[in-house]
Design a protein around this ligand. Structure first.
Ligand code: UT7
Length: 334
């Protein structure tokens, strides 16, 4: 068995900054409520008419990651792309990356695990490397939420939370078994699927029903039972961290950096307090980008690395929880 390690990281967010005050001109909300309940100060939203799509942003992040890995697009053997907001109902964004980066006809896999999408994607890529099937895999998380949000007061409980952006890494084969991805842990509980959901477009709806539907169909907008999701999130985040550490005979004292999925600053702070982690041990950037779902962990990882917050041999734990419900963690010795 081989080991896998992250050899290149990159991220891209659209230029357009949308502050809480700007949102308060679109709907009945305010800066105080958003900051107090979520910690979010601003987010990036793609401007209507911009060239940026989920796949385009993913490609921009991917080019940076490949370059930083010291590789070229021809060295990549496989693509794993996580998103809940693909450009098309089908095909997925993975094949668009193959085309946009002018890669050889390598395989491309799309992952549909929402907020845990990047954890699932990284774990999947890790298995392909461990078995020896591939040497260099491009793993991408990208989202374009802003085109599909209900930006009226009706949707304020959701639309103020989400932002657009993309992150990518190259996962490469390594002969050093003491470093790289030590383990990954994946979970789901589908009975809560309707607690955080976008119902449409849906193959459950027959075309005549869509044509006959009158007025606005709110099933195209995200729905979340926020309080219910919050309560489950704090429990599952904690479990996911402990599961990852215990599987490697490690404890919280060994942790150098925890990067949680950026769902809500209050969730991250709850976990930080529970495990008595200091501010340097937890990386948050939800204040600037909002919740970018499958992109959030990889944007945060890339940014933390750029800021020099990850050093050789550091123990880094990534964890996510979200729609599905799905949750999981990845433990990395850097
Ligand atoms: O990434 C996937 C995982 N996601 C999560 O883990 C998110 C988990 N949930 C949350 O982060 C929180 O539940 C939210 C931030 C979404 C909401 O916070 P909350 O403290 O649970 O608020 P709430 O939904 O209970 O709403 C409280 C009040 C309501 O008014 P009333 O009924 O008390 O009069 C809402 O209508 O706040 C109102 N409200 C708002 N007010 C101003 C809801 N959204 C807004 C808003 N601005 N944007």
């Amino acid at each position: 068995m081989y080991n896998s390690k992250i050899t290149g990281l990159g991220h891209y967010v659209p230029d357009n900054i949308v502050t809480n005050t700007e949102l308060s001109k679109m709907m009945d909300t305010n800066d105080e409520w958003i900051i107090e309940r979520t910690g979010i100060q601003e987010r990036r939203w793609v401007k209507e008419g911009s060239e940026d799509t989920t796949a385009v942003m993913g490609a921009k992040a991917a080019r940076i990651a490949i370059k930083r890995a010291g590789l070229t697009k021809d060295d990549i053997d496989f693509i794993v792309f996580a998103t809940l907001s693909p450009d098309y109902f089908f095909p997925g964004c993975g094949v668009q990356i193959q085309d946009m980066l002018d890669m050889p006809t390598i395989g491309a896999l799309d992952v549909r695990n929402q907020c845990s999408g990047f954890i699932y994607a990284l774990s999947t890529a890790d298995q392909f490397i461990k078995t020896g099937m591939y040497k260099n895999i491009l793993v991408i998380g990208a989202e374009l939420h802003s085109s599909g949000l209900d930006k009226t007061t009706r949707g304020r409980g959701i639309s103020v939370l989400f932002g657009d952006g993309a992150g990518a890494c190259v996962l490469s084969r390594s002969e050093d078994n003491s470093k790289g991805i030590l383990s990954s842990h994946l979970h789901s509980e589908g009975k809560y699927a309707d607690k955080l959901i976008v119902e449409s477009p849906s193959s459950k709806k027959w075309v005549p029903e869509i044509i006959d539907s009158e007025g606005e169909d709110i099933s195209y907008f995200p729905y979340m039972d926020g309080t219910f999701v919050f309560k489950h999130a704090v429990v599952r985040f904690s479990e996911a961290i402990m599961e990852g550490l215990s599987a490697n005979n490690l404890t919280v004292a060994d942790l150098d950096l925890f990067i949680p999925h950026q769902a809500n600053l209050r969730i991250s702070q709850f976990v930080q307090r529970k495990f008595k982690l200091n501010d340097d041990q937890v990386y948050n950037n939800i204040m600037s980008y909002g919740n970018t779902t499958a992109a959030s962990i990889i944007i945060a990882l890339s940014e933390a690395w750029e800021k020099g917050k990850i050093k050789d041999n550091d123990l880094v734990v990534l964890a996510a929880f979200g729609s599905g419900f799905t949750w999981g963690s990845v433990v990395i010795r850097w």
